[in-house]
Ligand binder design. Structure first.
Ligand code: ARG
Length: 590
């Protein structure tokens, strides 16, 4: 393999790539690892091995004149009893390696300028060879990561919070998969709870079949709202609702049939949204699924002496100033927490996960802290593998976008509006485009996904369709557009040819350096379960590609054309893979 790649290097680069390089096994990027450039520098620094070196010490200077990689020497001063300035000078003078073009000491740093053509040739061959698996790793060893995501409530609109959960959870699934874990996406549908008693009561009093069929969620929501209005005047309605829920829990056939119908109609509506977003699930086991499975956990809690009576209800008391976790109400009804405990145990038995994630808004933090503590008290050490992944709100003009009480923003409408806006841009800019519809969907939906993921999920984000759809700035369409532009260059050029790399100019080098960081970005994003790292990275690549494209003639008669085309091809590989990891499509023409 090394010989094959060496054969493709240019004459000058080859001369410099002495056998020494091959012997020291310093050849770059051949492992499916991360930090390869940094690792290589560590090898270069081997002769200085008494230094307590580690890859994290190596910096990537922001300004190109400070080198491609830099080593601050301050941490070594004490051990060596020398000033960082002196140490940096010694290292800079002594480094002699075919990968290092030159090393400069500056104010206690060693700034390394890499041998651009060698690094570039090696990286491009690696990316072309690995294609979409570039940046993948098997760190996860096939371990299962369950991801509780989306989880909307039936007979209620799909809220902006559910949108965020779907988008964030899906991107996390893609990330962990890229790192060798096996994601299991669970849509824990909210299809159980006392609210269904209210809904059944309301439907029987004021509902009508045709209306529900026509607009299921809107109609059911209206019935629910009406129930609350009337119940304020007439308290007996609440008793009726309690009785209706009890009947449902006990398996009463008429209650059950209505509930199943509501559920089916709601799921049909949700499915349209999932189809637009391109998200699928491995399980739809929701709250109702656990309705008849809670017995064992209540027994276990009792046996372990954890259940305490409090005002007729059964609770587990918690330390650290946490409020007790309510397990069973005084009327015998179980709760959200009871069902989540049951589901957590079931997930552990079914999947034997190494990690169990719950992508749910900030406002449910207490719930997750409580139920994790309860599992811990039960002696389940794996409760430590449960992690709540909280996120902020979607705001419109600074206010929470609400789906409650009349102020409904129907998500499907929002998605369709984004698609329509994208479509009208296409009609003006590129009316002859093939598959306009698919492309508009990729752009419109992609814009919403990207604007959600580009900031850390904890932040509240402002929802503004027009700015998300801009093709300039840090948007999804901007990144998609850069990729499409790269593809159009490749189309014009026709087939790819073998290439050699002699000179690498600053524009090209900036792109190369970014492409080299992709595996590192993937690793960091997966470690921190933070897709914004990928989104920001994709913007950086798109920006550096655009500036390369604007300044360098890619299609020319020069010998460099084939090398530049290879670079463009690698840009498309990395951009497409980044977009895929965010759950977005990358149209090749827009
Ligand atoms: N259905 C809940 C809601 O809409 C979210 C469920 C989250 N998942 C869980 N296992 N509790 O608020």
């Amino acid at each position: 393999e090394v010989a094959r790649i060496l054969g493709k290097l240019s004459g000058t680069a080859e001369a410099k790539l002495s056998s020494h390089l091959v012997e020291t096994r310093a050849f770059l990027f051949t492992q499916k690892g991360v930090l390869t450039l940094k690792k290589t520098l560590l090898e270069v620094l081997q002769p200085f091995s008494p230094l307590p070196l580690d890859g994290n010490m190596i910096e990537r200077p922001v300004h190109a004149h400070l080198g491609d990689l830099a080593l601050p020497c301050f941490p070594f001063a004490k051990a060596l009893r020398k000033s960082p300035i002196a140490i940096a000078e010694e290292i800079a003078a002594a480094v002699d390696h075919p990968l290092i073009h030159r090393a400069e000491a500056q104010s206690g740093y060693v700034n390394f300028f890499l041998e651009r053509s060698v690094v570039t040739a090696s990286l491009l061959h690696t990316i072309l060879g690995q294609s979409s698996t570039y940046g993948s790793s098997d760190r996860g060893n096939g371990g299962v990561v369950t991801i509780d995501l989306s989880s909307p409530n039936i007979a209620k609109p799909f809220s902006m919070g559910h949108l965020r959960s779907t988008v964030i959870g899906n991107a996390i699934a893609l990330l962990v998969e890229k790192c060798g874990y096996k994601p299991v996406k669970i849509n824990y549908i909210g299809d159980w709870g006392t609210q269904f008693g209210k809904l059944l009561t309301a439907y029987r009093k004021w509902g009508n079949e045709a209306e529900v069929k026509k607009a299921p969620i809107a109609t059911l929501l209206q019935l629910y709202i009406r129930f609350h209005e009337k119940a304020e005047l007439d308290a007996t309605l609440n008793d009726e609702a309690r009785a209706a829920f009890k009947a449902l829990e006990d398996g009463d056939s008429s209650a059950r049939a209505l509930w199943e119908w509501f559920k089916m109609e709601s799921l049909k509506e949700f499915q349209r949204i999932y189809d637009l977003l391109g998200v699928t699930f491995d399980s739809y086991n929701g709250e109702a699924y656990y309705n008849d499975k809670m017995g064992p956990i209540i027994e276990e809690l009792t046996e372990k002496g954890l259940l305490v009576e409090s005002d007729g209800a059964l609770v587990v008391e918690l330390e650290d100033g946490l409020p007790p976790c309510l397990i069973k109400k005084s009327d015998g009804a179980t709760l959200y927490a009871t069902r989540d405990l049951t589901a957590a145990l079931d997930r552990k038995t079914t999947y034997d996960f190494v990690k169990s994630l719950y992508v749910v808004g900030n406002e449910q933090s207490l719930h997750f802290t409580q139920f994790k503590k309860v599992l811990g008290k039960m002696g389940h050490a794996w409760s430590a593998d449960i992690q709540h992944i909280p996120f902020g709100l979607l705001l419109k003009d600074g206010k929470k976008m609400s789906t409650r009480k009349g102020k409904i923003v129907l998500l499907e409408e929002v998605l369709n509006e984004a698609i329509a806006l994208a479509q009208s841009t296409i009609e003006t800019k590129n009316p002859d485009l093939a598959n306009k519809k698919d492309v508009a969907q990729a752009i419109g939906v992609g814009a919403i996904i990207f604007s959600d993921l580009k900031q850390h999920r904890r932040h509240d984000i402002e929802f503004n369709l027009a700015s998300m759809l801009q093709t300039e700035g840090e948007t999804g369409p901007y990144v998609q557009y850069a990729n499409a532009r790269a593809h159009s260059v490749l189309r014009k050029a026709g087939s790819m040819r073998a290439f050699t790399v002699s000179e690498v100019n600053d524009f090209e080098w900036a792109v190369v350096k970014l492409l080299e960081q992709f595996p590192d970005a993937v690793k960091r994003a997966a470690d921190e379960l933070d897709s914004s790292i990928i989104a920001k990275y994709a913007v950086d690549v798109a920006q550096s590609f655009n500036s390369f494209y604007g300044n360098v003639q890619v299609l020319s008669d020069s010998e460099d054309q084939s090398y530049r085309l290879a670079l463009v091809h690698c840009v498309t590989i990395v951009l497409e893979e980044s977009l895929r990891l965010l759950g977005m499509k990358s149209p090749r023409e827009m």
